[in-house]
Design a binder for this molecule. Sequence first.
Ligand SMILES: Nc1nc2c(ncn2[C@@H]2O[C@H](COP(=O)(O)OP(=O)(O)OP(=O)(O)O)[C@@H](O)[C@H]2O)c(=O)[nH]1
Length: 385
Amino acid sequence: MVQLFNFLLKSIKKPPRAHMRGGNVFLDTLRLTVKGGHGGNGIPKYGGIGGQGGCVYLEAKEGVTLRYLTQRYKEKRAVASSGEDSSKVRILGRRGLDEKIEVPVGVQIFDESGKLIADLNEPGAKCIAAGGGMGGCSGTNFLGKPGEHKTINLDLKLIADVGLVGFPNAGKSTFLKAISKAKPKIASYPFTTIRPQVGTVDYPDLRSITIADLPGLIEGAHANFGMGHKFLKHIERTRLLLFMVDIFGFQLSPKHEPRNCLHNIYALNKELELYDPTLLDKPCVLLLNKMDLEGSSDILKSQKPFIKNLEEKLDECPQEIRPERVIKFERVLTISAQNSARIQDVKRELRRVLDEQAEKELVPDDEEMKEMLRRRVGERGPKIT
Ligand SMILES: Nc1nc2c(ncn2[C@@H]2O[C@H](COP(=O)(O)OP(=O)(O)OP(=O)(O)O)[C@@H](O)[C@H]2O)c(=O)[nH]1
């Protein structure tokens, strides 16, 4: 009876939604068990030393995904080979072969206690995850030692120059498609994008920048509504935050308060602040989208002064979306992502802000520079004023 009931229950169970089915889910964390090779044994009679066990190491490589790793290590376990035993013909045993795990660029490695072991943020960066065991010698009674054995967590944080943030349906995917070569999914209902998308924008001087569309952010994400802050971690490594709001505002559902575009900006500001207030120190640019629709210019006229100076209307902002510190936008641009209107302006401005930022990082400010010179010249050199 129970079996029949279970069978019937199974048959009426809906299949998982397309985007949640195995191969499609964006994977940005992975847990792996790693084990270094065992050290080989020595030979007491000849004073032979066993070979050291191989180690398991990680190397960052472009184009690799964590999903690929799950296919390669189906058991989520990577083991290096053991060192060779010492023998009559080979007094010093050969070292065990290392196990190389190629990981995506931007992966951080944590141990079980959550301590950061390594941050592999450029191609070719390497770290040892589990060392091999020592070969047997007189100090160990000629017995090889076991290799290190631990569980590590790989946490992928995308590396993009620009992080695109906005509430659902603001037009982020449409914008990404218009400005870059990315081909995101676009639909007239919220939550179409369920994984971060990265687009590359090329410039005539052969430079290029990357823009990551981080979906799933909604009002209340900090309280783990929707996908919560799942994708916001990817923003940490971006150099510029690109906010996008629908000029007509947004209402998540009939149960939620409708928010006009100004309140949307406050709400985005608040969500980022609750996730990590230092994010607000990054340069920010705001895009007001859907300017092709009728009535958009009137809204813009009435809201622009407050958008440019967010402090002004902060008192009137509802408590639940009122940020402690408001964002100061470097630029505010109006666009129509659908018609690609003013997309070239955005392209130019993004580059300008990123270049300005790079210059600031490169050239220390006046006082810092003087202090640096003073230190370099020392007390006896020319006086620096
Ligand atoms: N009229 C007009 N419609 C737009 C514009 N940009 C986007 N849309 C429409 O708005 C809807 C949502 O656009 P998306 O690009 O999917 O929005 P999104 O922010 O990526 O949405 P999520 O996937 O939910 O995060 C689509 O129907 C688009 O065609 C625009 O500039 N003008």
